[in-house]
Design a protein around this ligand. Sequence first.
Ligand SMILES: Cc1cc2nc3c(=O)[nH]c(=O)nc-3n(C[C@H](O)[C@H](O)[C@H](O)COP(=O)(O)OP(=O)(O)OC[C@H]3O[C@@H](n4cnc5c(N)ncnc54)[C@H](O)[C@@H]3O)c2cc1C
Length: 392
Amino acid sequence: MHLRLTDEQKMVQKTIRRFVEKELIPLENEVLRNEREGRPSLPPGKLKELQLKAKEAGFWGINTPEEYGGADLGQMMMAIVLMEVSKTFVPFSFGGSADNILYYGNEEQKQKYLIPTINGEKKSCFAMTEPGAGSDTRNIKMTAVKDGNDWVLNGEKTFITGGNEADFVMVIAITDKERHQATQGREGVTCFIADRDMGWKSEYIHTMGDWGPAGLVFDNVRVPEENILGELHKGYNLGLEWIGFARWIVGARAVGSAERLLQMAIDYSRERITFGKPIAERQAIQWQIADSAVEIEAARWLVLNAAFTLDEGEDNRHLASMAKLYGSNMGNRVVDRVLQIHGGMGYTKELPIERWYREARLWRIYDGTDEIQRMIIARNLIKGHVKVGQNL
Ligand SMILES: Cc1cc2nc3c(=O)[nH]c(=O)nc-3n(C[C@H](O)[C@H](O)[C@H](O)COP(=O)(O)OP(=O)(O)OC[C@H]3O[C@@H](n4cnc5c(N)ncnc54)[C@H](O)[C@@H]3O)c2cc1C
């Protein structure tokens, strides 16, 4: 066992760190100003420009297989990269990637949806959640009924990330009610690729964070049979795979953000004088800094372990739930302490802390809430699927 980054990993970390410092952090004030004044965080075309700069540095399709032009760096590298890039709140994402489940498409679907998504020509979204079915994904109500060569979709989806911008949605609907009931929702649902011009509508949902998901309405939307992604009646597992993929990644984001925030608190506490001394000299402040540092390290190792396990080709779902649960809660505790250490300034929109505070609150909700992660972790242990401390 060797608990250090390899030379290659260090080099990637350094390159991304430089990219973040040189290209992203200088945009932070503009992002804050734009958001304060109700404009999009980045001006049109800026994200693409940044993605092309990252591409020049070799970062394009970090997890995309080489046959699709990606770098296919693996999960550990992805964790390292995400922890670095999350040190800024500038809404940047690397180009050259597509949703994991799109790779299940047949050749025609890959040409029509996967490759244009990787190339940035098309935007996708994924829709499972409904007004009456969030954590309880098996309780969805949207239906798809066969009519000739088409399936006719009716129902509503909610909280869909990117739903306002997407050209197409991968949407989960019930295709066999009896089978759906008989299998407690595990079967009888299918994933359809539905282009926006097939007729679904989206509506922006205002949220605490600065980007809004969308509600989607399907009113007799006709989707051709060839747009079924994966197998008919077997879409539930695709849904779980889509949700599961992002889980430990939330933890990675929390680690990067918390590191930057903690550094801000340390710097501020050295400068801010009260009652004749820097607040850094007060035990009340020191303990908040110390607790935050310990918790960041704990989350980092949970994230790296989840990523490493996946690279080893092993099932990382239990670890991913742990990394998500602990990482997102750690992120919330750290941002709260950092805001407190900054006093009134922490509460203003002059600094990014309140923005991060609002963003961090989401980490505990999407991709499976705290309660759902605890349920998964406890169930695995109680049912004996995983033993306490079995990782090493
Ligand atoms: C900004 C944002 C983006 C999102 N993006 C997407 C997306 O792209 N695609 C998509 O399909 N979905 C998306 N979601 C939906 C997200 O996955 C759900 O909001 C989440 O799974 C929780 O579901 P819910 O909101 O219906 O809460 P509910 O399931 O109604 O839960 C309400 C509360 O009860 C708790 N709870 C529920 N069941 C149990 C239980 N058995 N035991 C104990 N406690 C329980 C929950 O933890 C929560 O605290 C997004 C959500 C948000 C807010």
